[in-house]
Design a protein around this ligand. Sequence first.
Ligand SMILES: NC(=O)c1ccc[n+]([C@@H]2O[C@H](COP(=O)([O-])OP(=O)(O)OC[C@H]3O[C@@H](n4cnc5c(N)ncnc54)[C@H](OP(=O)(O)O)[C@@H]3O)[C@@H](O)[C@H]2O)c1
Length: 247
Amino acid sequence: MPHFKTAIVVGASSGIGEALVRQLAKDGVVVAALARRVGELERIKADLGAAGAQVRIYPHDVTDFGSVPGTFDRVKADLGEVDLVIYNAGVMPTVAESEYNFQKDHEMISVNLLGAMAWLNPAAAYMEARRSGTLVGVSSVAGDRGRRGNPGYHTSKAALTTYLEALRNRLTRYGVTVVTVKPGPVTTPMTQGLGKLPLIIPAAEAAAGILAHARAGSVEGYVPFAWWPIMSVIQQVPSWIFRRTNI
Ligand SMILES: NC(=O)c1ccc[n+]([C@@H]2O[C@H](COP(=O)([O-])OP(=O)(O)OC[C@H]3O[C@@H](n4cnc5c(N)ncnc54)[C@H](OP(=O)(O)O)[C@@H]3O)[C@@H](O)[C@H]2O)c1
């Protein structure tokens, strides 16, 4: 089971990402925390710094794809080595039942998928050369089926899951672990105002589950585990039934 000394969390300013930074830092990991909202990053750093934890913050927009390799190199130089990269950044704008909105789709694909590729490509090249490391992508149960609620979000997470599988198939032979984590609903700013969601868990519990999968080197892990049997059944529902439901 790997012991992480250093980690990068992309999408670290609230919700699950903030909880990941807090738990890693409390475990003594030196964490680089990236997101756009620098004020939120400063709040987290100040909180954790007071307790002696080492958190470095980097204001960053993942859709500024051209800046990613340089940012990755700068963070790597600051940390010395990078043992763990967690790509957690994501957006899920509300999409109404009969809304077909390319701008929202574009944003979700840009942040949830292209940002992940922009970050995990240089991280993969670095870890392949180093012959060790762990890459984690925070996907979602939402990527397991094309549900009617938010086609762009489901597509972004399905594509992220497939991209991570392909990375894993490349990198395992070089001693690099690639972990796909699929949380169900989590109480975060993203799910605020969405009403009562099934099996919803706090962000701290989601982060603990993600880190447990990272440490175990899981291939694909659901958080909480209860989603595994549920999604195994939902994945088998034939399309002619599925399209008549809202599951
Ligand atoms: N909440 C759920 O029920 C749930 C379930 C399954 C999976 N997930 C996934 O979990 C991840 C975290 O979501 P969350 O629920 O914790 O929501 P959240 O609190 O809204 O966090 C989203 C994070 O992504 C960052 N982000 C968004 N756009 C970005 C950009 N252009 N550049 C850099 N960072 C960006 C945000 O930072 P800034 O805004 O400061 O940039 C924030 O740190 C997402 O990938 C989400 O899809 C969530």
